[in-house]
Design a protein around this ligand. Structure first.
Ligand code: NAD
Length: 582
């Protein structure tokens, strides 16, 4: 049996599979579980609450064995982290097809999911955990950096210098916030209940200072703001307690958001009013009470955010369904809107001046806008999204070569070039060296072909893989996040991610996945992913061009169909065929 502690993707040019496509899947699966990459590798947890790479350790070994014997005209089928079959396909077909956490809609609740998970029938795949293309916190640094930059541009004249950014959750994704904030010159103050998570960010240089003393944390933050110094601070404690204290001392941050694992009230979010260790014990001994406490805390959390928003903080939801669960807390009677107002000192005007579509209490979490409609949707209309790649050689030099190639290919994209240079200087790699940058429709296929040429010409020492987050323009239906507030009301239409996965399969991506529940939790989203290998061959050229055109093309189509003029214009200018018979 493989020792889980020793999981680390093989490096170099020697392979143990029958081709680079299978080898790539094997290395990226193992890379997801590398202790330098995964949040809790001993439990196969990669990030995002309980987002896993395989269902169990025997299942991990079964996938590894299947990949090693997989022929170049076969496809491995993976059902929620378990290898369930190999089918004869053809050389251009994906080598792996993955479906994670899918449930029939009527049964799509956390309770039912957990019942099935306890029976060993499923696992939570999050987005890039169960689809084997997580690259550590860097994956989200750039998106977070862009979001903070867009916020700075919209509200603060382009810079966050001397501004205080407050947030909760410094885990796999949330850990990107401190670095993204200081890259925007801000002062960042973040809370995480788990000291080990903050220590991990200190080690990777994503965070500058940590303390478990709240007075000290606030003093550091105020001093840094006064001196206009970019500084990130991690405080060990519950975000709700931090917000309550800021509110009490009448300190209003300029920017307020949250990335606790609020998508999962049991195995993610941590309630307040008890020590962290006591919360972990309660999670084991009385899961139902724990979940109720979690919901109650989320309602308080949102109430405090609404209050700070009322006092002037630019507040936005950061894709963890905190708002949805806070609303559920009130609807299910775990929190009372009146008590909430009293307990957090929420001013009457804050809670009562807006419409409350789901309940009559006046407590409306959705008064906090989501980050996608606020900052990201215009990018989606251009087919822009999180293009990422990893060097299967394990050589950081290979990523330096690809960085140079990006800079040489898009010199006119100032923000992109700034990011690539900054990432080269400030991002510590976790596991296999990797890079991310947002590229648009057209740019992705162009870059993919250039990467394949770098492999062919031996300018990088082994093949590269290109993948992306499922948080992309055409690959996700998630009404509280990526598809919140769509122009035509199509927020919950989930045909698009399915069409995306089918298209990527038809075009010959190396592995394709469909998932349920990523980002926002069971019942709230359906999404798809693809990864494609650049092995330097002409066949790979053809697959890359097809996949990296169709994949972002779906994003342009989805937004054009919803009526976004920008997407319609991009479709016209870039010849994206909208099947309109013109
Ligand atoms: P994670 O599980 O790795 O980390 C979550 C962290 O939150 C943990 O360190 C945990 O200790 C901490 N935490 C939980 N409750 C807390 C509380 N009340 N106070 C303080 N700390 C608390 O999760 P992650 O990968 O960092 O993702 C965070 C959330 O963001 C998830 O809900 C995820 O689905 C979502 N997400 C957002 C994006 C995006 O682009 N915005 C992308 C992916 C995931």
């Amino acid at each position: 049996m493989l020792q889980h502690k020793s999981i680390r993707a093989p490096r170099g040019r020697e392979i143990s599979c029958k081709g680079w496509q299978q080898e790539a899947a094997l290395r990226m699966l193992m890379n997801n579980l590398d202790p330098d990459v995964a949040e809790a590798p001993d439990q196969l947890i990669v990030y995002g609450g309980t987002g896993k790479a395989a269902r169990s350790w025997p299942d991990f070994e079964r996938i590894v064995a299947a990949l090693r014997r997989l022929e170049n005209d076969e496809t491995l089928l993976v059902q929620s982290g378990r290898a369930v079959g190999v089918i004869k396909t053809h050389a251009d077909a994906p080598r792996v097809l993955i479906s994670n956490s899918m449930l029939v809609p009527k049964w799509a609740t956390w309770d039912e999911f957990r019942r099935l998970e306890a029976l060993g029938l499923t696992m939570f795949g999050q987005m890039t955990a169960g689809s084997w293309i997580y690259i550590g916190s860097q994956g989200i640094v750039q998106g977070t950096y862009e979001t903070f930059a867009a916020c700075a541009k919209r509200h603060f004249g382009g810079s966050l210098r001397g501004k205080l950014v407050v947030s909760g959750g410094l885990g796999g994704m949330g850990g990107a916030q401190p670095l993204a904030a200081t890259m925007n010159d801000a002062v960042f103050l973040g809370a995480d209940v788990d000291a080990a998570r903050i220590e991990k960010r200190m080690k990777s240089r994503y965070i500058d200072k940590m303390t478990d003393n709240l007075d000290e944390a606030i003093r550091w933050a105020r001093d840094a703001v006064a001196q206009q110094q970019a500084l990130s601070i991690g405080w060990v404690g519950n975000i709700v307690d931090l917000l309550a204290e800021l509110s009490r001392r009448e300190i209003t941050p300029e920017v307020l958001t949250d990335q606790t694992s609020a998508h999962d009230p049991l195995h993610g979010y941590v309630p307040n009013g008890m020590a962290y260790e006591a919360a972990l014990a309660l999670r084991e001994s009385d899961p139902q009470r724990y979940a109720r406490e979690s919901y109650r805390t989320m309602a308080e959390h949102v109430a405090l955010m609404l209050e700070l928003q009322r006092r002037g903080a630019i507040t936005f939801d950061y894709g963890n369904n905190l708002r949805g669960h806070a609303r559920e807390a009130v609807e299910r009677g775990f929190a009372d809107a009146e008590t909430l107002r009293g307990s957090v000192g929420l001013a009457k005007s804050a809670a009562a001046t807006h419409s409350a579509p789901q309940n009559s209490t006046g407590f409306d979490p959705f008064k906090i806008p989501g980050f996608v409609p606020e900052y990201i949707r215009p990018l989606f209309c251009e087919g822009s999204g999180p293009f990422r790649w990893a060097a299967l050689s394990g050589e950081p030099r290979d990523i330096a070569v690809t960085d140079e190639a990006v800079l040489a290919t898009f010199p006119e994209e100032a923000a992109l070039c700034r990011w690539i240079r900054m990432a080269g200087e400030r991002i510590a790699f976790q596991g296999l060296p990797a890079r991310i940058c947002w590229l648009k429709y057209g740019q992705r296929a162009k870059m993919g072909l250039i990467f394949n040429r770098l492999v062919r010409e031996g300018r990088v020492s082994a093949p590269l893989v290109i993948g992306r987050d499922h948080l992309d323009c055409g690959s996700v239906a998630s009404p509280n996040r990526e598809t919140e507030g769509m122009l035509d009301g199509s927020d919950a239409i989930a045909d698009w991610p399915i069409l995306n996965a089918l298209s990527n399969t038809a075009c010959g991506a190396t592995w394709v996945s469909v998932h349920h529940g990523g980002g926002v939790g069971i019942g709230y989203s359906i999404h798809a992913g693809q990864v494609i290998v650049c092995d330097g061959t002409p066949e790979a050229d053809r697959r890359i061009e097809r996949v990296l055109t169709a994949d972002p093309g779906l994003g342009v189509m989805r937004h054009a169909d919803a009526g976004y003029e920008l997407a319609q214009r991009v479709a016209r200018e870039k010849n994206v065929d909208l099947a309109r018979g013109e």
